[in-house]
Design a protein around this ligand. Structure first.
Ligand code: ADP
Length: 441
């Protein structure tokens, strides 16, 4: 069994122990309440019977059985929870009934007879918890037999018997039991709900672990695949360039055009591979940042130099006023990648117009913005712009190639160097990307 499974089973057992303990606790409490109640009622029954016996003492001494019977009836009238009030005596070793209330059976049962004999012998009261049948059905009673002892002769004059109906207290206990059961059931339901939630959390944790594993595999795959792709494309590019520039084998114009397309497509493939490689490096935390003072204008000028031709061919005017005093604290290579991507996009997503690069200084930061008068984008698209592989799909972008990785990559670079990037844009008007980087001291 795996460790994970064992841990789940262990936790489930612990969680199930909570309702189990609730049940045990409730039944222990209920049974002790019942015991205390029973004891209390027995004492009451005992006391009541002693009082009855004393009330009857004179009539018993006088053997006035009619009077006794009247008194018993009176007592029962005033205390209806008392049942089977009776007085017994012993005549020639046989237990006989001397007086009784009408609810007492005529026949003296074997058990009553034995109980009375025991009371006479021990000269002590005896209490017994029993179920008896009455005209109202079966009821539970505490039956107490109390000996009435003649103080002068020290003989047992008679035994007074009475039963105390415990139905009321039974009802009370049943109610307590019911409430306890309800609380226990609620407790069990809550614990079950917790258990269910817990199991879902376990499932989430498992999925998260799995996702991490998949991410790692994907990252590893990207890393290997891009490395493997990079070398053949570099070789292809080399051969195409050689063929195009070989003075000994001049090519026809047609072939030159075809090879130029092949070269451009190889470049495109190269860019994709480079982007994928960067993504995998970022994800594995393998990007190195050699932070140092970098004159930002120098970097921008260098990039603009490379884009002069293409901008001209698209009738795009590039506006930039370099400021050599501006120095950011960043990795020179990354800064070049960041602004290459932004300037490339500004030209790529403009049909014509202007691309303006400008700087501003605020506190310890230098903001560099790249503004274009291109196709722009909606607020909805702007929200997802920095997600991996996100490309705006529209009639205007469908013929523009790209990977949707550039902005995600540069955002990681910028943030890892302590900066930030923001975008503002309007469809049909243009876009403004603003990069803030720490100023060198
Ligand atoms: P790529 O350009 O390779 O598709 P990016 O991550 O650089 O990937 O850009 C993501 C998407 O953002 C692009 O596909 C494009 O739709 C949109 N985008 C980026 N820059 C601009 C811009 N200057 N003007 C309009 N849309 C842009």
């Amino acid at each position: 069994m795996s460790r994970e499974k064992r841990e789940i089973i262990y936790s489930v057992i612990i969680l199930l122990m909570v309702p189990a303990l609730l049940v045990v606790n409730t039944s222990v409490i209920v049974s002790s309440v019942r015991r205390i109640y029973d004891e209390d009622i027995r004492l009451k029954a005992d006391m009541a019977n002693t009082v009855i016996a004393e009330t009857l003492r004179q009539s018993i001494t006088d053997k006035d059985y009619e009077e006794i019977e009247n008194k018993l009836a009176d007592i029962q009238k005033q205390a209806p929870e008392l049942v089977r009030l009776s007085v017994y005596g012993e005549q020639e070793s046989v237990i006989v009934s001397l007086a009784k209330t009408p609810d007492t059976p005529e026949k003296i049962s074997g058990s009553i007879s034995m109980m009375i004999k025991m009371v006479i012998e021990r000269r002590q009261p005896i209490a017994k918890y029993e179920s008896i049948e009455t005209d109202k059905g079966v009821i539970k009673v505490w039956t107490v037999s109390t000996p009435l002892i003649d103080e002068s002769t020290n003989k047992v004059l008679a035994v007074v018997n009475s039963g105390l109906n415990v139905a009321d207290s039974q009802e009370l206990i049943d109610k307590v039991m019911q409430q306890a059961a309800i609380v226990t059931i609620i407790g069990i339901v809550i614990v079950m709900a917790l258990l269910f939630r817990y199991l879902r959390f376990v499932e989430y944790a498992r999925l998260l672990a799995r996702q991490k594993e998949i991410n790692q595999t994907m990252s590893d795959f990207l890393s290997v695949a891009t490395h493997e792709l990079k070398s053949p494309t570099t070789i292809i590019k080399g051969y195409i360039s050689n063929a195009m520039e070989d003075p000994e084998n001049p090519l026809s114009q047609d072939t030159k055009v075809q090879l130029a397309v092949a070269l451009a497509q190889t470049d495109r493939l190269n860019n994709l591979v480079q982007d994928l490689l960067n993504v995998s490096r970022i994800e594995q935390g393998r990007v190195e940042y050699r932070l140092q003072p970098v004159a930002i204008s120098e970097v921008i000028n260098l990039i603009l130099n490379n884009y002069k031709m293409i901008a001209k061919s698209k009738n795009i005017l590039i506006k930039y006023e370099p400021d050599p005093s501006l120095v950011v604290y960043a990795d020179a290579g990354r800064v070049q990648e960041i602004f290459t991507n932004l300037i490339d996009n500004a030209i790529k997503y403009s049909k014509q117009g202007e691309v303006t690069i400008s700087h501003s200084v605020k506190d310890n930061y230098i903001a560099t913005s790249v503004r274009d008068t291109g196709i722009g984008m909606s607020a909805e698209n702007r929200k997802r712009l920095f997600q991996r592989f996100y490309r705006i799909q529209s009639e205007q972008t469908k013929n523009i190639s790209g990977t949707g990785l550039g902005l995600w990559i540069i955002k990681q670079y910028i943030e890892n160097m302590g900066g930030s990037i923001e975008v503002d844009s309007m469809p049909g008007v243009g876009s403004l990307f603003s990069v803030v980087l720490p100023k060198a001291r």
